[in-house]
Design a protein around this ligand. Structure first.
Ligand SMILES: *Cc1c(COP(=O)(O)O)cnc(C)c1O
Length: 378
């Protein structure tokens, strides 16, 4: 079986894990947590990085820190992994789903501006959605498959409407806008180290921010809001979101290899594009240097190719069912003209993109896709 995206644990993972076990430092109090935070903060250029137990936890904390309240509105793309929308619900807020662009598959900023210009008004520093009377509390773009929307334009929109910008950079570890790392452009950024992401701690995430006070509050909320030095005195409702030392140890080892893993994925992406001329791939904005997490194609023969690959033990995958199609989000406001999210969901296919994919195996995938296209295009 050629997997879609498998972890690459080829560095100091064993050594650092052993160090945790040998010294009994397994919980979040261990020193790898701080080391992991430091290495991610340095690598990304974020002022501060707070390690948490998942990307979803990072999103939840980010929304809390941006003071998104119950019954407020948060703008996010309709085409994303469900965690983005779920985190909005965790704080009692309501997603406003924005359709994506047909070329780069990112949140369509024309639609964002149209929504704000046509139906919202700035009232005493708050962006009010006039038809519902609700406050728009944040913009929550997702760097879909490691690509990015036009971040300069998005930052200008956020500033103009005085909205916090929270980046769901769960899929974008290693991606950059000009020289800035994904998740460091807005107010807060969220990374994921889930098993199928570009680097992994088994499960884990990181909250990025520039503001020291935000980072301090994030750590506080993530550790049950316990007041340090106190006899179990907690000053608000906190969460058990800290990353255990065992997993942070994996994180440090993974970060040491990130650049070589990115080079490998870039190479795979280039080879797919060179060897499959005439096939349509995800486009990227010229200012974005994507991490090539999953090379993904657009094809009118998605189901047939998927089955053809499966029969040859090659794992490929659809994009996510659009959020608007999920039962718990059907009532959400959806801003769209042509429902590109649904169309892309029906036509896109992610190809094997593991850093461990050999040249021979990649050629097997390429030959299989060529054969499938030949058979099903007739
Ligand atoms: C993976 C992912 C998440 C959630 O990350 P976990 O670490 O699995 O909780 C959130 N948003 C997007 C876009 C993702 O791909």
């Amino acid at each position: 079986m050629i997997p879609l995206s498998e972890p690459f644990l080829g560095g100091n993972e064993w050594a650092y894990l052993k160090q945790c076990l040998d010294t009994n430092w397994v919980s979040s109090a261990g020193s790898f947590v701080e080391a992991f935070e430091r290495i991610v903060a340095t690598y990304s250029g974020a002022g501060h990085a707070v390690a948490v137990n998942s990307g979803t936890s990072a999103l939840h904390l980010a929304l809390l820190l941006a003071r998104v309240q119950a019954n407020e509105l948060v703008l996010l793309p309709n085409l994303t992994f469900v965690a983005t929308a779920n985190a909005v619900r965790y704080v009692g807020a309501q997603p406003v789903l924005i359709d994506v662009r047909p070329d780069d598959w990112q949140m369509d900023l024309d639609l964002v501006e149209e929504f704000l210009d046509k139906s919202c008004e700035l009232q005493e520093g708050s962006c009010m959605h006039l038809p519902s009377g609700k406050r728009v509390a944040a913009l929550l773009p997702v760097h879909v498959l490691g690509g990015m929307a036009d971040m300069d334009r998005l930052l200008a929109i956020a500033q103009g409407w005085q909205l916090p910008l929270i980046e769901d950079a769960a899929e974008a570890v290693g991606s950059r806008w000009k020289d800035q790392h994904a998740g460091t452009l807005g107010t807060l950024g969220c990374l994921s180290f889930n098993g199928n992401k570009i680097i992994t701690t088994g499960g884990g995430g990181m909250l990025l921010c520039r503001d020291e006070d935000l980072a301090r509050r994030a750590r506080h909320l993530a550790s049950q809001a316990k007041v340090p030095g106190s006899p179990y005195y907690h000053d608000c409702t906190g969460y058990n979101y800290r990353l255990p030392n065992l997993l942070a140890a994996l994180g440090v080892a993974q970060m040491e290899q990130l650049d070589s893993l990115l080079r490998k994925r870039q190479q795979l992406a280039t080879t797919y594009r060179e060897q499959l001329p005439g096939v349509q791939f995800q486009k990227t904005h010229p200012f974005c240097r994507p991490n090539h997490w999953l090379t993904t194609i657009y094809t009118h023969r998605k189901e047939a190719i998927l089955q053809f690959l499966q029969a040859r033990h090659i794992q490929a995958r659809s994009l996510w069912t659009p959020i608007k199609q999920l039962p718990m989000y059907q009532e959400c406001l959806y801003i769209s003209r042509e429902n590109h999210s649904q169309h892309l969901f029906e036509h896109c296919l992610s190809l094997p993109s593991s850093a461990s994919l050999t040249e021979t195996d990649q050629l097997r995938v390429i030959e299989a896709i060529k054969a499938a296209l030949l058979r099903f295009s007739a």
